[in-house]
Design a protein around this ligand. Structure first.
Ligand code: ARG
Ligand code: ZN
Length: 881
C-alpha cells in the first residue's frame, strides 16, 4: 500500500482464487518493542498444501535473519522481491524462523505497527486488516490461513508499563535492565488480519462478566489517562452487546479476557482483533460535555459491531477479501438489529435508510460502483465501502425477512456450527441459511454480484366492476461502470393497501380463499409481475416496500394527496416517514421549478403543519418528519447538477414549511422544549433536543434575527454538547457575524479535547456558501490542525469535500484545485486517508458543464501523476474514467 504506483498495479480477481499452497499451523512471535525500532522474531510451523514454493508476504521489513528447520539461509537460497519472500522447500512441513526490524515512529500510514500520539507520551499499537500484518513480519498474509498464535512482548517497563496482545494471558515477568515481558496464547486459530498488540502507558476500567454458558471474562477498556473517565458508556454498551448476542443468537464470548483500546490515531472506525478490539477514540469515548446524542448512539453501535465480529468474522472468517461483506454486511445487520432493540426500531430504520441513500446510492450510481461482492480490486482498502457494509446489510436483511425470525436464527446456528474455525464464502452463508430451512436462497446471489440500485416501478389499476386492484411491479437496474448488462434480482415488497380514510385493508390475492393480514410481502423475482388483490371497493393507496424491504429506488406515480394520506395515517413510523420523504421529493420539484403554489408543496406543508399542531406524533418522529431529504440526495432530482440551486430550492421548501406551521407555533413549541432542557440521555430527552434543533433551524428561515438570538442563548445555557453544537451551527449558518464570539469561545473551552475540536472543525467546514473555502483554508492555520491525524483531516477536509456541496463545488473550481493539492500531501503520509477523501470527486461527471469542466481538469491532472500511492491511484483511475 505504501508502494507508489510506478510499480505495476496488479489487479486481483475473484476468478483467480486458489487455496494457499502453504498454511501455518502455529506461529510464535516475540517483539522487542521500541518506538524507533522494534524487532520481531517469528517462528512459523508451515504445512504444505500444494506442490509449490513457499511464498510469504512482507513489506517494509528489514530482514535480519532467516532460517528453515534451524538452518540459516544464505543469499541465494531465497528470493525477496515486490513484497514477496519465496523459498523452495523440500518436504511437507517445515519450521521457518525470521527476525526483522521495523520502524513504528516512521509509520504515518497507520497500518502495521505504529505510534499513536507523541514520541514521549504516546503508545504503540497495530492495525492489520486488511493487509497490515505483512508490515510486521513475513507471513502468508491472507484470511484463509488460520493459525494458533503465541505472542511474547518485551519492553522497557517505565515507557511501556502495559503490554497487551490477543488471546489469554500466559505469564509475565521482569527481564532486568528495567525491562519486562508478557506472553499471550490464543487457543482459537485465526487469520493474520485479526492479530493485534498494544503497548504503552494506558489506564483501564474493568468489569467482571459471566457469559450465559458460565465463563468468567475480565472486560477491560483501555485509554490514555486524560480520557479514561469517558469510557463508562462504552463498557455499558459492551455488556449490553454481550448479553444481546447470547439472547438473540446464542453466541457466547470465548476467551478469559476481552480488551478494548481507544486511540486518537486510527484510519477507520474500529477493529475487531481477536480479544483485543481497537477503536478510533471517536467511537469509544463519550461524556455529556463533549459528545452529542448521535455520538452516544454511534459508540453503542460500534462497540456492538466489533464485539459481534467475534462470531461473524472471527470464529467464522472470510476465505478471501472478495467475501468481505460476508463478515461486514452480516455484522452491520446484527449491529442494526441490536441498536433497534436498544432504542426505537422505526427511528433506527429511518437513520439506516437515510444513510444508505446518502452514502451508498451515490456510490452505486457513479464510477466507483461495485457489487457487494466485487469481482476484482487493485487495492482492497478501497473496498471498505458503503456498498460492502450498508448494502451488504440490506441483503442480509432480505434473507432474514425471507426466512422469518426463527428460520433465520436456525440458519445462523447452522452457519456458525458448520463453518466454525473456517474461512467461508458468501455461497457457504446462503447455503447454510437455506439448508437449515429447506429453502433455496441461491437466487439472492445475483444481488451480491451485481452493482447498481434496481429501479422498482409500481403501477396500480383499480377495477370497480371486478372489485379488484391489480398491482404491476417491474424492475430494471441501470448499467454501471464495467457492468452493462443486468439481470433481475428477487425483490421482496412488503405492502399494505389503505383506503382514503387511512384504514389498512385486509389482503386477499387472486386464487386465495380468504383474506390474511393487512400487511404482506410479495416477491418480484423476474422482470415483471402483476399481483391481483380481491374484494377492493375503491381505488386504494398502496404503501410499498414497507420497512424498506429491499434496497431499491421505487418509482410510482403517486399523487401528492395519496402520499399525504400515508404521511398522515400510516401506523408504522418508518413508512410514515418514507411517505413524507417521497412527498418532500415532489415538493422539492415544485420549488426547483419555481412553482411556489405547487400541489405537492401544498400537500407536504399542510400535512406536516397538521401533524405539528395536532400532536399525536412523538417528538423524535416529528423531528424526522420535519427533515426532508438532504442536498446530497436531492441531486438525483436535478438534471443539471448545480449544488447552489439545489440548496436554494431546498431552503425554499423549508421556508414554505415554516410559514405554513407559523412562526408563532414554532416559537412556542421551541420555548416549551427549551424550558424542559436537560442533559439526560433517555430517549425522550434526546428526542426533545432533536426536535428543538429542527425548530431552531425552521425558525431561522422565517425569523432570522430572533432565531440567532435564541440560538445564542441556547449556546450559553446548553447543559450538554448536543444543544451547544446545534446552537452554534444555527448561528453560524444564519447569522455568521454573531457566530464569531461563540466559535472562539468553543475553541478555548475545548482546547486539548481532540474529539470536541473535531466537531468544531467539521461544523465550520460544512457552513455553506462562497466563503466556505476561505474559511477552511483559514482553519488549516489553526495550531490544532494537522494532516497527520485522520480524524482531523476528516473533520476539516472530509466534511468540506463530502458534506458541503455548495462550498466544495464552487463554480470557479478553486476548491477542487485546493483539494487536489492537499490530497497529494496527505497521500505522502497516509494513502488510505487520501483515497477516502478523493471519493468526493465521485459525482463530477454529472455536474453542470462549468463545474464539470473544472472538476475534470483537476481529476485528470491527478490521475495522470505517477507518484501517488496505489490507494489514491486506484480511486482516481476509476473516478476519471
Ligand atoms: N473490520 C473493521 C470493521 O469492523 C474495519 C477495518 C477496516 N480496515 C481497513 N484497512 N480498511 O468494520
Ligand atoms: Zn466490521
Amino acid at each position: 500500500m505504501s508502494d507508489r504506483s510506478d510499480a505495476p498495479t496488479s489487479v486481483i480477481r475473484l476468478a483467480d482464487y486458489r487455496p494457499p499452497a502453504w498454511t501455518v499451523e502455529r506461529v510464535d512471535l516475540a517483539f522487542d518493542l521500541g518506538i524507533d525500532r522494534t524487532e520481531v522474531a517469528a517462528t512459523l510451523e508451515l504445512v504444505r498444501q500444494a506442490d509449490e514454493p513457499m511464498r510469504l508476504n512482507g513489506e517494509g521489513l528489514e530482514l535480519l535473519e532467516l532460517s528453515v528447520d534451524g538452518r540459516r539461509l544464505g543469499e541465494g537460497e531465497y528470493i525477496l522481491a515486490n513484497g514477496v519472500l519465496e523459498i523452495a522447500v523440500d518436504g511437507d512441513r517445515c519450521t521457518l524462523a525470521t527476525r526483522v526490524a521495523i520502524r513504528p515512529a516512521e509509520n504515518t500510514a497507520l497500518e502495521g505497527l505504529y505510534l499513536s500520539g507523541s514520541r514521549d507520551k504516546g503508545f504503540l499499537l497495530t492495525q492489520c486488516e486488511a493487509e497490515g500484518f505483512r508490515h510486521i513480519t513475513f507471513f502468508p498474509d491472507r484470511p484463509d490461513v488460520l493459525s494458533r498464535y503465541t505472542v511474547t512482548l518485551r519492553a522497557d517497563r517505565a515507557r511501556f508499563p502495559v503490554l497487551l496482545a490477543g488471546g489469554n494471558p500466559d505469564g509475565a515477568g521482569e527481564l532486568g535492565d528495567g525491562r519486562h515481558w508478557a506472553r499471550f496464547v490464543d487457543p482459537h486459530p485465526k487469520p493474520s488480519y485479526l492479530f493485534a498488540v498494544v503497548a504503552g502507558r494506558l489506564e483501564r476500567i474493568s468489569h467482571d462478566y459471566t457469559t450465559a454458558d458460565g465463563r468468567a471474562v475480565a472486560l477491560h477498556i483501555w485509554a490514555e489517562a486524560d480520557v479514561i473517565d469517558r469510557c463508562g458508556y462504552a463498557m455499558d454498551s459492551l455488556i449490553r452487546s454481550m448479553q444481546w448476542d447470547e439472547r438473540t443468537y446464542g453466541r457466547n464470548y470465548d476467551l478469559d479476557v476481552f480488551h478494548v483500546v481507544a486511540t486518537h490515531d486510527f484510519n477507520m472506525g474500529a477493529m475487531e482483533n481477536k480479544g483485543l478490539n481497537i477503536f478510533n477514540a471517536k467511537y469509544l469515548l463519550a461524556d455529556p460535555d463533549s459528545s452529542t446524542d448521535d455520538e452516544y448512539r454511534h459508540v453503542e453501535a460500534v462497540v456492538a459491531h466489533e464485539y459481534f465480529h467475534n462470531w461473524s468474522g472471527n470464529r467464522v472468517t472470510c476465505r478471501d477479501w472478495f467475501q468481505l461483506s460476508l463478515k461486514e454486511g452480516l455484522t452491520v445487520f446484527r449491529e442494526q438489529s441490536f441498536s433497534a432493540d436498544m432504542n426505537s426500531a422505526p427511528l433506527k430504520r429511518i437513520e439506516d435508510v437515510a444513510l444508505l441513500r446518502r452514502a451508498q446510492f451515490p456510490e452505486d450510481a457513479g464510477p466507483l460502483s461495485h457489487p457487494v461482492r466485487p469481482s476484482q480490486y487493485s487495492e482492497i482498502n478501497n473496498f471498505y465501502t458503503a456498498t460492502v457494509y450498508e448494502k451488504g446489510s440490506e441483503l442480509v436483511r432480505m434473507l432474514a425477512g425471507h426466512l422469518g425470525r426463527d428460520g433465520f436464527r436456525k440458519g445462523m446456528d447452522l452457519y456458525f456450527a458448520r463453518h466454525d474455525g473456517q474461512a467461508a464464502t458468501i455461497e457457504d452463508f446462503l447455503k447454510a441459511l437455506g439448508d437449515a430451512n429447506d429453502a433455496d436462497l441461491s437466487p439472492y446471489l445475483a444481488w451480491y454480484g451485481q452493482a447498481g440500485t434496481p429501479r422498482l416501478t409500481a403501477e396500480g389499476r383499480f377495477d370497480a366492476a371486478q372489485r379488484r386492484y391489480r398491482l404491476t411491479l417491474r424492475q430494471r437496474t441501470p448499467a454501471t461502470a464495467g457492468q452493462p448488462a443486468k439481470q433481475a434480482v428477487p425483490i421482496p415488497v412488503r405492502l399494505s393497501l389503505f383506503d382514503h380514510s387511512g384504514a389498512a385493508l385486509p389482503l386477499r390475492l387472486e386464487g386465495e380463499d380468504r383474506a390474511g393480514d393487512t400487511e404482506r410481502t410479495v416477491v418480484l423475482d423476474g422482470a415483471e409481475h402483476a399481483f391481483v388483490f380481491e374484494d377492493i371497493d375503491a381505488a386504494p393507496v398502496p404503501s410499498l416496500l414497507r420497512g424498506f424491504s429491499a434496497p431499491v429506488i421505487l418509482e410510482c406515480d403517486y399523487l401528492p394527496g395519496e402520499l399525504a394520506i400515508l404521511l398522515r395515517h400510516d401506523p408504522d413510523g418508518f413508512n410514515r416517514w418514507e411517505a413524507g420523504q417521497q412527498l418532500a421529493g415532489l415538493a422539492y420539484d415544485d420549488c426547483r421549478d419555481g412553482n411556489v403554489d405547487g400541489s405537492a408543496l401544498r400537500a407536504w406543508t399542510r400535512a406536516l403543519a397538521d401533524l405539528f399542531a395536532g400532536g399525536g406524533v412523538d417528538d423524535a418522529l416529528l423531528a424526522e418528519l420535519l427533515t426532508p431529504p438532504g442536498e446530497i440526495e436531492l441531486v438525483e432530482r436535478q438534471a443539471e447538477r448545480d449544488p447552489e440551486r439545489i440548496r436554494i430550492a431546498r431552503q425554499a421548501m423549508l421556508r414554505a414549511l415554516a410559514r405554513r406551521i407559523g412562526a408563532e407555533p414554532l416559537r412556542e413549541r421551541y420555548e416549551q422544549l427549551r424550558a424542559a432542557t436537560s442533559a439526560a440521555l433517555d430517549a425522550p430527552s434526546q428526542a426533545q433536543r432533536q426536535l428543538k434543533r429542527r425548530l431552531l433551524d425552521l425558525l431561522a428561515l422565517v425569523d432570522p434575527a430572533g432565531a440567532a438570538e435564541r440560538a445564542l442563548a441556547q449556546y450559553g445555557q446548553a447543559p450538554g454538547m448536543t444543544d451547544r453544537l446545534a446552537a452554534l451551527a444555527t448561528v453560524a449558518t444564519y447569522a455568521s457575524p454573531s457566530a464569531e464570539e461563540p466559535i472562539a469561545h468553543f475553541r478555548r473551552r475545548y482546547d486539548g479535547n481532540a474529539l470536541a475540536l473535531d466537531k468544531w472543525f467539521a461544523m465550520q467546514a460544512m457552513l455553506p456558501g462562497a466563503e466556505a473555502l476561505a474559511r477552511v483554508q483559514a482553519l488549516e492555520g489553526d495550531p490544532a490542525f494537522t494532516l497527520k491525524n485522520p480524524n482531523r483531516v476528516q473533520s476539516l477536509l472530509g466534511s468540506f469535500a463530502r458534506a458541503n456541496p455548495t462550498g466544495f463545488h464552487r463554480a470557479d473550481g478553486a476548491a477542487y484545485r485546493w483539494l487536489a493539492d492537499r490530497l497529494v500531501a496527505i497521500d505522502a503520509l497516509n494513502p488510505q486517508v487520501a483515497a477516502r477523501i478523493a471519493t468526493a470527486f465521485n459525482g463530477w461527471k454529472r455536474l453542470e458543464p462549468v463545474r464539470r469542466e473544472a472538476a475534470h481538469a483537476v481529476v485528470a491532472g491527478l490521475a495522470a501523476r505517477t507518484d501517488l500511492s496505489r490507494d489514491l491511484t486506484d480511486i482516481l483511475a476509476r473516478v476519471a474514467l
